[in-house]
Ligand binder design. Sequence first.
Ligand code: CMC
Length: 433
Amino acid sequence: MTTPTKAILTFDNGAAPIELPVQAGTYGPDVIDIRALNQHGYLTYDPGFMSTASCTSGISFIDGEAGVLYYRGYPIEQLVQHADFLEVAWLLLFGELPLPAEKADFSQQVRRNAMLHDQINNVFRGFRRDAHPMAVMVGVTGAMSAFYHDSSDVFDAASRVQTAVHLIGKVPTIAAMSYKYNMGEPFVYPQYQLGYAENFLHMMFSTPCESYEVNPVLARALDRIFILHADHEQNASTSTVRLAGSSGANPYACIAAGMASLWGPLHGGANEAVLKMLAEIGDVSRIPEFIERAKDKQNPFRLMGFGHRIYKNMDPRAAFMRQTCHEVLEELDLVDDPLFRIALELERIALQDEYFIARKLYPNVDFYSGIVFRALGIPPSMFTAIFALARTVGWVAQWNEMLADSSHRIGRPRQHYNGATRRDYVPEHLRGA
Ligand code: CMC
């Protein structure tokens, strides 16, 4: 069917119909442009934005039925196999793959921006040692706005790029310092000569007491994980960054807001839940029991790491996460790890089960990522922090795209009011009378 040019909204009370333009995107559903609707005295109602395109964007695209994810038109499969994370960061920010000189320059700039202002150490010291690393990340990233406020002119394109480089460079350092602080270990400074993922592993796991060699297979695996998590259309945290940034707010504060949103268990926390579930299953012999629990409508239990709101076919990120999982466990000689064995058997049984087939419930990216992180020695409390580190690239790209658009306006959703009708103030002594 061809794209219609307009939709006509009719009413059952004899009011004149309203014509609304229809626009086609490159891919995805056509969009009914309802901007003129409020001039006719109507609003649309769509809690959770299930049927609302909140913006026009050219950064990433998901086709959940086909199991497709593109960054700037490039399939995620190709990027994860052939590109590295900073190349993908450039692509997301600027829309094209970098030329070799551009890539080298960008990579150099990001690396040289990895160190934090020394006074930020004092911000860390204000937190309890047992604070969750995400709480610390949200706080410290927000506090960066106090260090870089004057230099970030959000309406200047060059300044926005500089801010993007700062954030991409510094967020891994904040994440690693949050971990070290929680562990009670000294902070480890970044090494400019190391690659992006290598440097993160170095800041996480080296100590002043012994030398630490970054394993290149593990660094590559982590780099892939960063690529797989870099952007994902207008999810809750990305929409949060856009909405916060739409007022011209300080970008570090906006990214902190995105982190806060990501931290929620409905967004970034599922891989931690997968590990807990695998530990609870405990032995392959108990898998059928858990599968039955997941299928029982009287039981709220769900198989963690299965299903996705958008992907109704295999999540393309999950296939690579699965491969990465195998590579990491082989490298670390952990293929006989009991949790991994349970995960593989659970996956095999569920994929053959009519309940999961009928509902198109496939393993998602979180099913494997927790196992990889655990094998890398990363504790569950850091899983979302790593997601935030990778997603910072998508957040800054989306924030930059929004502010570069001359038609951008402050985000200001309306509401469907169902509160009290107008009434007069009652003095305190007459209340309850
Ligand atoms: N285990 C068992 N049954 C399930 C599961 C599951 N994991 N997921 C969905 N179902 C069933 C559900 O009970 C329903 O059955 P019925 O039609 O008989 O009532 C049907 O499948 C459709 O479920 P839904 O709740 O309408 O699907 P949704 O799109 O609203 O939810 C989801 C998507 C991801 C929240 C859900 O699949 C889920 O809770 N999965 C487990 C948690 C998880 O792994 N979350 C991580 C998602 S990926 C994160 C990311 O991309 O950022």
